[in-house]
Design a protein around this ligand. Structure first.
Ligand SMILES: [Mn+2]
Length: 302
């Protein structure tokens, strides 16, 4: 089967406000240098690079004071989320938007946009749950909170910009590759009945069965958004991340997961997040993310 030819619109969101370790704002550049657009064009897709949205450097903001906060840079993140949504709104209707992070709080904008006008399933591929709220976050770093906010829990300033009239429902979400949850995240996941396919599930049943199970759980939606956090991968494969957790997806598991999602055919938008070139080795993590994006968008061995 030949993959559908798409109009892929790349949008960089060079934001590191949500991360504890700086440098992830250079992620969009790292992905571009790893030949993202060329790799996608080689598959036959049309690729339009929309450049980056404007994100003021953290040093220029009054919030950078090193002080403890329950949700650091929350106002700046809310403003970036609004700008991201506006930039995505301006894309042509037939576009497949591809947001390049940036820390994972960039997905507040991309997922909000994806869900705004139509029910959309969300595949959140991550080592973490990203289900903390300011009330229970151990770090105050918002990149550990986007999924909670997208589901309606957290700081009202973020909820206002990331929750549409309908909003994401728990049954529209599947997390894959999770291996590190804080206690507040476990409580919220249990309360909402969230489907979390952990690394243990992958070990027991294999990535192929787990990928099928994830898509089956989202059988009720016609559109899918994939949010791929580089830290879902094992740090040996993807060392350039701010919050590495040992025991992650192997190179082959990650590719098969992307291929199964691609074959499903419902993908309508995606983001690639948490690539931090200052923690990487020779841009390896960006290169792996580009390869995975190609698999997700139809690259085949045969
Ligand atoms: Mn994440």
């Amino acid at each position: 089967m030949r993959a559908t030819v798409r109009a892929l619109h790349l949008l960089g969101v060079p934001m590191d406000y949500g991360a504890g370790r700086r440098g992830v704002d250079m992620g969009p550049s790292a992905l571009r240098l790893a030949r993202l657009a060329a790799a996608l064009r080689e598959l036959g897709h049309e690729v339009v690079d929309q450049g980056n949205i404007e994100v003021p450097v953290a040093e220029s903001l009054p919030e950078l004071d090193g002080a403890r906060s329950s949700a650091r840079f929350v106002q700046a993140i809310a403003a970036t989320t609004s700008r991201t949504c506006a930039a995505l709104d301006a894309l042509p209707a037939e576009a497949t938007p591809m947001v390049l992070g940036g820390d994972h709080s960039v997905s507040l904008g991309s997922v909000a946009h994806a869900c705004r006008n139509a029910t959309t399933g969300l595949l959140w591929i991550d080592a973490h749950g990203d289900l903390n709220t300011p009330a229970n976050s151990p770090s105050g770093n918002v990149h550990g909170m986007p999924l909670a906010h997208l589901l309606g829990f957290g700081d009202p300033r973020l909820l206002e910009v990331c929750r549409g009239p309908t909003g994401l429902r728990p049954e529209d979400v599947v997390l894959i590759g999770v291996r590190s949850l804080d206690s507040g995240e476990r409580d919220l996941a249990r309360e909402l009945g969230l489907r979390i396919l952990t690394i243990a599930d992958i070990d027991r049943r294999g990535i192929s069965a787990v990928a099928d199970e994830a898509l089956e759980a989202l059988a009720h939606v016609e559109r899918l958004h994939v949010s791929l956090d580089a830290d879902a991968l094992d740090p040996a494969v993807a060392p350039g991340v701010g919050t590495p957790v040992v025991g992650g997806l192997t190179y082959r598991e990650a590719h098969l997961l992307m291929e199964v999602i691609a074959e499903d055919g419902r993908l309508t938008s995606l983001d690639l997040v948490e690539v931090n070139p200052t923690l990487d080795a020779q841009n390896r993590t960006a290169a792996v993310m580009v390869e995975l994006a190609a698999s997700l968008l139809g690259k085949r061995i045969l």
